[in-house]
Design a protein around this ligand. Structure first.
Ligand code: ADP
Length: 416
């Protein structure tokens, strides 16, 4: 899938999901408003019936609009006669039952002598009365004689009656999460396929060089005249051997990673002496780099438990990188020192450095920092991912400090 198709797909997907969420939110809001309106009407009817009932029993004339809503959950009801709390509670409960209003409510009756609302009780959804808490209910100047009713759980009551809407919202949420996850997987796959494409290009390029060198060398060796030139013969055999070794190393590094991928990292942990191991690894490189390699071994406690071969590969990889990513002649430094119960081993260079936003990625498999021309410096992007696997396998840590143009430091903390 091309980059533009994926981008278009993501944009269209985001637009559709945003649209679905907006429509859903709109309809849930509408449904809630409708339920609220219904609730208000039911409460108005119920309270009017209660007021009319009271007027009838006290044989006084009915008031035309006895109910007034003071806030979204609070109503006051005008009365012509003073009323007893028990009677009011009974009337309210009976009427609310009739109207199927199963939600908490609290009531209070206005007492003109004290100019206060005397709190009655809190009645729960099962019509059980609770008088343990006394809460203040707002007064009104509209009426001289009245009682107030508040529905403290109105919002949750209305929300609980939106069940079908809640289910559909949940489904929308699941769809959105699924969409988000799919986008994540697509982007991850895309990145992986790009990285793998780079790897295949890179590998073809890397393999081509030794293969064509060997072909040229064998062509030379195929000439009968070569038998009379033993020096040349030796030189070409040497070239073939060198290139063969290079091919072998390259194939091995790919196989190594494949094996680690299958979870087959088996470490042969033995007691090692770190400094002698470093000296062994750097023996060949020392001659090659001469002054370009500085070895400063300051650690005094140097025994560690490690897999010798893998640790040697790690050191070799870090030095190889330090050389590869430095202008010629390179300046590579290997240092060790003790820190608490650990040995810190640092491989640093004065090379091209790594940008801050790339440091987190260089340990990913196949990842190579884009340098414009990726084939300038040879590599598969596998070295540091291998280093990381080995470091993790030993339960050590690795840290990188680097700055573009100012070189890099790879710091491994080895537990003793
Ligand atoms: P490779 O060297 O084969 O590309 P690595 O996994 O060893 O793969 O390294 C990944 C990338 O990290 C390299 O491509 C390079 O861009 C960057 N890198 C590694 N070591 C250094 C270093 N010492 N200096 C600068 N860049 C480095």
């Amino acid at each position: 899938m091309s980059r533009n198709t994926i981008r278009l797909l993501i944009i269209l997907g985001i637009i559709s999901i945003t649209g679905i969420i907006a429509v859903q939110a709109y309809w849930v809001r509408r449904a809630f408003d409708l339920k609220e309106q219904q609730f208000r009407q039911t409460v108005m009817v119920a309270l009017r019936n209660v007021a009319n009932g009271i007027s009838k029993s006290f044989k006084v004339s009915q008031i035309e609009n006895p109910v007034s809503q003071l806030s979204s959950d609070y109503y006051v009801v005008n009365l012509r006669v003073p009323l007893d709390a028990d009677i009011l509670e009974h009337l309210l409960t009976e009427e609310f039952k009739k109207q199927n209003l199963h939600t908490d409510f609290e009531y209070g009756i206005y007492d003109c002598d004290t100019d206060k609302i005397v709190y009655g009780a809190l009645i729960n959804a099962n019509y059980e009365s609770d008088t343990t808490q006394v809460r203040a209910l707002p007064k009104t100047d509209k009426f001289l004689n009245y009682f107030g009713v508040r529905f403290p759980s109105k919002t949750s009551y209305l929300a609980s009656r939106l069940d079908i809407w809640l289910i559909s919202s949940l489904i929308t949420l699941v769809v959105t999460a699924f969409f988000g996850y799919s986008m994540f997987v697509i982007l991850k796959q895309k990145r992986l396929s790009e990285v793998q494409r780079d790897f295949v290009n890179n590998m073809t390029h890397e393999f081509q060089t030794p293969i064509s060198t060997i072909r040229v060398a064998t062509d030379v060796l195929a000439q009968p005249a070569i038998l009379n030139q033993p020096e040349r013969l030796k030189k070409y055999v040497q070239i073939i051997r060198q290139e063969n070794n290079r091919l072998k190393n390259q194939v091995e590094s790919v196989l190594h990673t494949a094996r680690l991928e299958r979870g087959k990292l088996e470490l042969d942990i033995q007691l090692q002496e770190l400094h002698s191991l470093i000296n062994e690894v750097t023996e060949g490189i020392k001659a090659e780099l001469e002054d370009g390699l500085q070895i400063v071994l300051n650690a005094t406690k140097t025994s560690i438990y490690a897999d010798r071969t893998h640790l040697m590969n790690v050191v070799r990889n870090l030095i190889d990188n330090a050389v590869k990513y430095s202008p010629k002649p390179p300046h590579v430094k290997i240092e060790t020192h003790n820190e608490g119960d650990s040995i810190v081993m640092t491989v640093s260079d004065k090379g091209i450095g790594i940008a801050q936003d790339q440091i987190g990625k260089i340990f990913d498999k196949f990842y190579r920092v884009p340098t414009g021309n990726i084939h300038n410096v040879k590599g598969f992007g596998l070295g540091l991912s291998y280093v990381m696997q080995i470091v993790k396998g030993h339960k050590w840590t690795i840290d990188v400090q680097s700055e573009i143009g100012n070189g890099s430091r790879f710091i491994i903390k080895i537990k003793q």
